[in-house]
Design a protein around this ligand. Structure first.
Ligand SMILES: [Zn+2]
Length: 441
């Protein structure tokens, strides 16, 4: 049971129809509530007109009893229980919040997230005591990001701008001129600089309330991913500095594994604790019944497509650690993102095998399905495909971390720029004989 399930309208000081869900009356007298966006809105038959009186009374100026009294004043044939039940039903459907809910964040955060929180409230169909609950969950989240190129750079910006608590970035590369057509984290002045170093500096400058760390490192096998999931290597993490904003220069140049610890804006923990791996989030994603995870992270975000086996390694390492993960990428004009939660729905390998079967590739015996969609040494990409890919990836990550909107695990979705009107989605049941998550795995 989620914490939100305990929310009742009687506990609200001023129950109201969410501003983003404001009701209107159709020409035939029904009440439409929840905006007209497919997946959110609902239409309620209202032959006696009291539903309309109810939603009008729920404008945030009355307590629950006053709302009921207002409805009964206009419709004495009703009972108070009817009106209260209707109010509870509207709450259960996600249309109601408390106009006087306490705001549990300082004014600076209220201001910074004053557009994002209403969007979460808009998409949120779970009753909550405060629309800020989701933002607090985000603030408590620890995310491991593999790859800060086109997809990863866009996703990192979105996650940091949105207020994720801690983002740890891993990437082996340096910034090259051929990156700049699609990787907006970097400037010409960054050419030759390790990406992770430039990315961490830019991301810290974007939102100093977020703890951004990084390490320059190539992922060369599943064991290495397993090691990364356990948290940054203590010995490689540098002391938390009191650096002036904009200062840079650590971790530059040399290869190998370099670590960038928290920088300007980060509030240093007491000595002796700041170099610890991020602590496991107590709350965690609440709308997903997540398996117990052995990782200090809440989520892995995969934005690297090299080496070729990195998705399979990630799938297996996350299955073993019980850690949800998301990925995204593009094949030319086709951009997709995937959502995976160990123990819930298909894993990445189930989904990939299901997709190969569905597409009827007409391959000869023993022919590798990858043949049908060959990879090139260069991966054709633009600011548009990388931006879409990173945005979808960030959306999947935010949805898993906040539960808003509820996202189905074992699912890929996306857009085909050649046919933007066609839905792109892949889903398959979990395969019992899957080599990664099946019964014989
Ligand atoms: Zn599987």
């Amino acid at each position: 049971m989620t914490e939100a399930a305990a929310v009742t309208v009687e506990a609200f000081r001023r129950p109201r129809i969410k501003p983003e869900h404001r009701a209107y009356r159709t020409v035939d007298g029904n009440v439409r509530v929840g905006s007209v966006i497919h997946g959110i809105g609902a239409e309620i038959a209202d032959p006696q007109g009291w539903v309309w009186t109810l939603v009008e009374a729920m404008d945030g100026t009355r307590g629950p009893s006053e709302v009921v009294a207002e409805v009964l004043r206009g419709h004495p044939e009703l009972s108070g229980a009817d009106a209260r039940q209707a109010m509870a039903d509207l709450l259960a459907a996600g249309f109601v919040d408390d106009a006087e809910a306490p705001v549990p964040v300082p004014s600076r955060e209220q201001d910074r997230y004053s557009r994002g929180v209403p969007l979460l409230r808009w998409m949120d169909l779970t009753p909550r005591a405060s629309p800020w609950d989701a933002q607090l969950r985000l603030r408590a989240a620890r995310v491991l990001l593999i790859g800060v190129g086109g997809t990863g750079g866009h996703a990192a910006q979105a996650l940091v701008a949105s207020g994720v608590g801690h983002l740890h970035c891993v990437d082996p590369d340096v910034v090259e001129l051929s990156n700049l057509n699609r990787q907006p984290l970097y400037r010409e002045s960054d050419l030759g600089r390790p990406k992770v170093e430039a990315a961490v500096a830019t991301l810290r400058a974007l939102n100093s309330d977020v703890t951004v760390t990084g390490e320059r490192r190539e992922v060369s096998g599943q064991e290495e991913l397993t090691e990364l999931l356990a948290g940054p290597r203590r010995a490689e993490r540098l002391p938390c500095p009191a650096r002036p904003p904009g200062a840079t220069g650590r971790g530059s140049g040399g290869g190998g594994h370099r670590s960038l610890d928290a920088g300007p804006g980060h509030t240093c923990a007491p000595a002796g604790t700041e170099a610890e791996p991020p602590a496991a989030t107590e709350a965690g994603p609440q709308t997903l019944a997540r398996p117990a995870s052995s990782s200090p992270y809440d989520l892995l975000v995969l934005a690297a497509d090299r080496p070729d086996a990195i998705r399979r390694w990630t799938n297996r390492a996350c299955l073993a650690a019980g850690l949800p993960w998301v990925d995204a990428g593009y094949r030319g004009p086709l951009v997709t993102a995937g959502v995976y939660v160990p123990g819930q729905g298909a894993c990445w390998e189930c989904l990939r095998d299901g997709e190969f079967a569905r597409r009827d590739l007409r391959l000869g015996p023993g022919q590798d399905p990858e043949t049908a969609s060959p990879r090139m040494p260069w991966n054709p990409a633009s600011a548009v495909t990388a931006g879409l890919s990173g945005a979808l990836l960030a959306h999947a990550a935010l949805a898993l971390l906040t539960g808003i909107p509820a996202m189905e695990p074992g699912f890929r979705f996306g857009v085909n720029l050649m046919l933007p009107g066609d839905p792109v989605h892949q889903r398959t049941p979990r395969h019992l004989d899957c080599p990664a998550c099946g019964e014989r795995a």
